[in-house]
Design a protein around this ligand. Structure first.
Ligand code: PLP
Length: 305
């Protein structure tokens, strides 16, 4: 016990030190209290832990402000509704808590993570009668990956083995985790998840896009098959405002390989070019002009307070 405890403590100290260097969160919000990150805990019978019975949001922090905060909180409300979970608190105190975690962790550029589970109750599948939702908020510094946005990424395609309600941002990311690791093991950055008809749904933490040779932007319809990304919506709106042709429909891997350009959108990836799929180059193997234009538009959008 003692040895385990000492080793555990040493590990924790090491991890914390490393985390601090990288700008890891030092203060977390847990159920109404601001606590040191290393001491932040939820109960072992939290339903998020036992059943993935919870939802989350990740919001980018840019020059001290939250990027697209309202759409993120609207999506949180939607996820809560689809999960038949009550809102843990009103929006004003929630916004205050998000800001407070950002402030206490001195995050100017990074992300804030918010998780809500159905709460703590003796294990059983049925909804507990009187459990209060658990709320956790953390924040960390994270610079946008400009080098990757400049160079682009390679993706592999994998069968989408997730459940059928991917529109809900639940903490059940098992299939996403497995696919991401498989992509990394294959020397790629991410996986595009493909349905049974051969259509690309999305990435493991991003939405998938192509620009056709006719300069039409294509991304999957926001139905149950994908998460309707807030970055996706922002890029769609920006593109439409600029007069780009935009259509929501599924596209296949073959169509992506024949496309002029491909890219992903997401809170942490912003607009990142995809330059190879399953080892084959897309758009001549380099980022294209439409992707570059959308990157500039999105950065300007994220910069707005
Ligand atoms: N699709 C999935 C599966 C995701 O997990 C995410 C983000 O984490 C996205 C798409 C992109 O969504 P957003 O732009 O809101 O970050």
């Amino acid at each position: 016990m003692l040895v385990g405890g000492v080793v555990g403590l040493r590990f924790l100290v090491g991890a914390t030190r490393k985390g601090l260097v990288k700008g890891m969160s030092r203060i977390a919000y847990v159920n109404g209290r601001y606590v040191p990150h290393r001491a932040a805990q939820v109960h072992i019978e939290d339903r998020g832990y036992q059943f993935a019975d919870g939802i989350y949001e990740v919001v980018a922090v840019r020059h001290g402000h939250l990027v697209d905060e309202v759409p993120h909180l609207d999506r949180l409300d939607r996820s809560l509704g689809e999960m038949r979970m009550a809102a843990p608190m009103a929006r004003a105190p929630l916004r205050h808590a998000l800001r407070e975690v950002i402030r206490r962790n001195r995050v100017a550029d990074g992300i804030v993570y918010l998780q809500v589970s159905r709460g703590v109750a003796p294990r059983g599948h049925a909804f507990p009668k009187d459990a209060a939702p658990s709320v956790v908020i953390t924040a960390k510094r994270l610079a946008p990956n400009y080098a990757q946005m400049e160079k682009g990424i390679a993706v592999i395609t994998l069968p989408d083995i997730r459940w059928k309600r991917r529109d809900i941002k639940t903490v059940n990311l098992t299939a996403n985790v497995l696919a991401k690791q498989q992509a990394l093991d294959a020397g790629a950055y991410d996986a595009w998840l493909v349905d049974e008809a051969g259509m690309v749904n999305e990435g493991t933490a991003s939405n998938a896009w192509i620009a056709t040779k006719a300069k039409e932007l294509v991304t999957h319809t926001p139905d149950y098959s994908i998460l309707n990304g807030i970055t996706r919506i922002a890029v769609k709106d920006l593109a439409e405002k600029e007069g780009y042709k935009f259509v929501e429909r599924p596209f296949s891997k073959a169509e992506a390989l024949a496309a002029a350009e491909a890219f992903i959108t997401g809170t942490t990836s912003w607009v990142t070019p995809v330059i190879a799929i399953d080892g084959k180059p897309v758009g001549g193997g380099k980022p294209g002009p439409l992707t570059r234009a959308l990157q500039r538009l999105y950065e300007a959008h994220a910069d707005l307070p």
